[in-house]
Structures are given as C-alpha cells and as structure tokens.
Design a protein around this ligand. Structure first.
Ligand code: NDP
Length: 220
C-alpha cells in the first residue's frame, strides 16, 4: 500500500507518517514545506498554497498507484482574535488558502495516482469546529474554513463514488500539538490510533462520512 500525508513536518501529520512507515507492506510519504524535505527520504516538498508545487510532487510519485491520501496540513490563524478584537481579512485568506484551496489542489493533483489504485481512499482532516451542530461563536476564520472543507469532502465523495474513490472527513480530537496546545484532551498517539482505524474502515460503503477519531458520527 502507498500512502501520502500532507503537513508531515510535525504534529498529527508526522505521527501519521511514522505510523504508516512502521506498517508492514506500506510505503509512506509525507509532505513538508521547504528544505526540510532534503533530510529524510520519506519527505517530499509541498506548500499547499503554491499551485506550482503540485506537478513536481505528482511526478515524484512515479505514476504509481496511490492507495491513501491524507489531507492533514492546516493552519489556525489568529487564535486570540475575536469579534471584540476584530479579525483581519488576512486571517480568512490564510485559513482558506491552506485549509480549503490547499486540500482541493492536493486532491486534484493526486487523483490520477489514486485512480490507479484498486481501492483508493482520500481522508480529509477537518475539525469539529467546522460542524454546524456545534457553533459556540469565536475562531471565525478557522471555523468557516473547516466547515468549507467538510462540505468539499462530502461533494467529492458524491462525485468520485462512481470512480471507486472513497472520501472521508475526520475530526482528530482536541490534540496536544502546536495547534491544539498543551491543555488539549488527548495525545497524538491516541489521535493517530483512532484516525488510522477510521481510515482503514473507509471504503465505497462508507464514503461521505464525517466522524471523530473515536468513530463518533458528526453533523455536517
Ligand atoms: P500543527 O500546527 O502541529 O501542524 C500543522 C501542519 O500543517 C504542519 O506540518 C505544517 O507545516 C503544515 N502546514 C501549515 N501550512 C502549510 C502549507 N501552506 N503547506 C503545507 N503544509 C502546511 O497542527 P496539528 O498537527 O494539530 O493539525 C493537523 C490537522 O488537524 C490540521 O488540519 C488541523 O486543523 C486539524 N485539527 C487539529 C486539532 C488539534 O486539536 N490539534 C483539532 C481539530 C483539527 P509547517 O511545519 O511547515 O508549518
């Protein structure tokens, strides 16, 4: 099996890469920004906001089948900003460039390799913060971007079902990473154990799911 994970420099993405690297019969790649890609043969360069980065990435995969694509790269601009402080337009631009358009460009570039696999899967790491069922206010740019990418995943699932490409959207839990902070609910190992179990369960019968790392179905 061949797997590619975006945003593998640290956090959940790096732990997913390490998990699949250690899985027998699996060839795992992770994408990182900039020169860090030179330090580890598993790492490939990609800034998801740079359309020009995608053709070289697809070429590096040698036209071989890609079984699982995990769109994990994400940003949370201005975590301390609020309705009271004001939110600059640049927070929305940054959140959408990475969390939404970046996912779209990644899927578009790697679909040809996915279509070569016998049972291809696309896993999109979104967030419960993008769920319409839980809207306590705050974090407007991040929430709006995650709501958008969850919607994008559901529509991709519909479009790609006839081609046998399954698409799932996931909330990894509130995880102790740079983004989640030290006070978050769960560690990276717990999130990755849960997420990889969910990715294993993804297929034509479950395409279009939006669920938590523990398998809880979530409202779009
Ligand atoms: P981190 O901030 O630890 O890691 C984010 C990763 O995304 C890094 O590898 C970072 O690379 C990469 N990234 C950021 N911008 C770009 C870009 N323009 N192009 C390519 N890669 C980029 O976050 P987490 O590991 O916590 O988050 C992973 C995913 O999980 C995200 O999508 C996040 O929204 C989601 N999530 C996380 C939660 C949590 O509690 N931690 C909760 C809900 C969802 P670099 O090192 O170069 O910046």
């Amino acid at each position: 099996m061949r797997v590619l994970i975006t945003g593998a420099s640290r956090g959940i993405g790096r732990a997913l890469l390490d998990h699949y690297t250690a899985s027998p019969g699996t060839e795992a790649f992770g994408t990182v920004r900039g020169a860090a890609a030179d330090t580890d043969r598993r790492l490939l360069p990609l800034d998801v906001t740079r359309p020009e980065d995608f053709p070289p990435l697809a070429a590096r995969l040698d036209g071989a089948p890609l079984d699982l694509l995990v769109c994990n790269a994400g940003v949370f601009p201005g975590p301390d900003r609020s309705l009271a402080t004001g939110i600059p337009a640049s927070d929305f631009a940054a959140a959408f460039a990475v969390n939404v358009t970046g996912v779209w460009l990644t899927v578009e570039a790697l679909l040809p390799a996915l279509r070569l696999a016998p049972a291809p899967r696309i896993a999109i790491v979104s967030s419960l913060m993008g769920s319409s069922a839980r809207a306590p206010g705050g974090s407007y740019a991040y929430r709006a971007s995650k709501a958008a990418v969850t919607n994008l995943g559901r529509n991709l699932a519909a479009d790609l079902a006839s081609q046998g490409v399954a698409v799932g959207v996931y909330h990894p839990g509130w995880v102790r990473t740079n983004m989640g902070g030290p006070g978050a609910d769960i560690g990276i190992a717990e999130a990755v154990a849960g997420l990889t179990t969910r990715f294993d369960a993804l297929g034509p019968a479950s395409t279009g799911v939006f669920e938590g790392w523990d398998g809880t179905p979530l409202a779009f």
